[in-house]
Structures are given as C-alpha cells and as structure tokens.
Design a binder for this molecule. Sequence first.
Ligand SMILES: Nc1ncnc2c1ncn2[C@@H]1O[C@H](COP(=O)(O)OP(=O)(O)OP(=O)(O)O)[C@@H](O)[C@H]1O
Ligand SMILES: [Mg+2]
Length: 241
Amino acid sequence: MEPRTSVIEKRLKNIHRIIAVASGKGGVGKSMVASHLALHLAKQGHRVGILDLDLYGPSCHIILGVKHQFPTEEKGIIPPVIHGISFMSIVYFTEEKPSPFRGIDISNIILELLAITQWGHLDFLIIDMPPGIGDETLDVIRYMKNSEFLVVTTPSKVALGAVRKLLSILIELKKPLLGVVENMTMSDSAFIEQEVQRLQVKYLGKIHFDHTLEESIGNPDLLLKTQVMKDLGRALTTIQL
Ligand SMILES: Nc1ncnc2c1ncn2[C@@H]1O[C@H](COP(=O)(O)OP(=O)(O)OP(=O)(O)O)[C@@H](O)[C@H]1O
Ligand SMILES: [Mg+2]
C-alpha cells in the first residue's frame, strides 16, 4: 500500500470536479485546451486550479504567462493564483532544465506533487496530461478516483488512431468521459464526429485552427478573446459543467 495515498485523498477532498485533458496523441492542443478551459471556468466565477502533469514538456506556464510567481511553503505547498487560477506545475522543480525521467520516477513525482499541493477548496481542477497513455494517465486514474476525461483530437486520421486507443482504455476502466473535442479544424468535415459517435462517445464540437493564436500566448487577457475560447465555450455548452 502506497503510504501517500491517504495524504493525497486528504489533499483532493475539497475539490469538487477533476477534469483531465488528454489525448493518445501529442501536439493536438491539450495544453491549449486545458489552459483555455481553466480561464473560461475562472471567468465564470468558479474556483479553479490547473495542474500541469506533462513532466517532459510542461507548457501551461508558457501559455498562461506564469513567470515570477512561485508556490509558498506551509505544511506542503500552496500554488500561486494567476488570473484566478491556482497554478501548479512540475516546472517549479525542474525550472527550464530538461527532465529525463524513467517510469518509476514519473509515478513518484506525481505522487509527491499530489501529496504536497494544498489546493484548498476548488470547484474544478484541470489537469494538462502529457501525450500518450503512460504512467501519468494510469496514476490519475488510480489516485484521482473521481477524475473525468476531456479528450482532444485533431481532424487527422493519425490522431484519431491514438485517441481511439485512449478512449477504449477509459471505457474499459469505466472512467467518466466528458467527450471528445476536435481541435485545429480547417473544414466542415463530419468524419471525426461520426467516428467518435460510432464509439458511443459524446462529440463536443470543433475548435477551428486559429492563425492568430500565437500572439495571445502568455497573455491571459488576450487568451480570453481568442477564437479557440469562443469555440471551446460553444463546445462546453453541450455538457454539464
Ligand atoms: N486551435 C488552434 N489553432 C492554432 N494553433 C493551435 C490550436 N491549438 C493548438 N495550437 C498550437 O499547436 C501547438 C500544440 O499545442 P499544444 O502544445 O497545446 O498541444 P499538446 O497536445 O499539449 O502537445 P504535447 O503533446 O506536446 O503536450 C502549439 O503551438 C499551439 O499554439
Ligand atoms: Mg501539452
């Protein structure tokens, strides 16, 4: 029995909903969707936290423009609040250095992060998941029992192939699935929607490819006005949040 389990349960006890933004595939926009989702919910007045669990390539701090805000230590660590979002990332421990972890290290780091972070009361904790279906996914499923998954794909058959695998694992493990969002679309094709529905998973909608998105990265005020934010907001109206 992992001794940190009971500490983790205590730490997560006052978090109403945990939403893991995942995909079987890399580079599909998980971090972008997770950051926009956190900002969207905070704007609506919810208490929101974000946990960047991408140990190899953390990026939420870049998207949200987190620079000189650090956690404070007090019987664990309290994440800084940035634009209304309690922000926690592995980047606080690795800085910008590369972090080549092995599987066992990854699980240890995740457990440690979950055991030390004092989130307090949150309505939503958004988790930015790394690409693939590795230890991080299994640990979230194991240690964050009430977590729900929001899955991101692109219109590409290549992305869908990897997403299908993640979906089938989540379905097999009976994890709550909010649905699939199709990011970076450039056409009206219904291909992904049909394929997702064939798997009996909810299709939430399209987020268009946004040529101007890069200019908003690092600036939450601008992110709140992007096409991605508008499209994500529309997609979220199809589910109960
Ligand atoms: N809707 C969009 N329109 C335009 N560019 C986008 C869109 N969504 C994401 N991007 C861009 O695509 C790239 C990948 O996005 P992001 O880093 O969020 O993907 P990811 O799935 O988190 O990647 P990784 O698997 O490496 O963690 C980034 O440069 C991001 O700015
Ligand atoms: Mg990412």
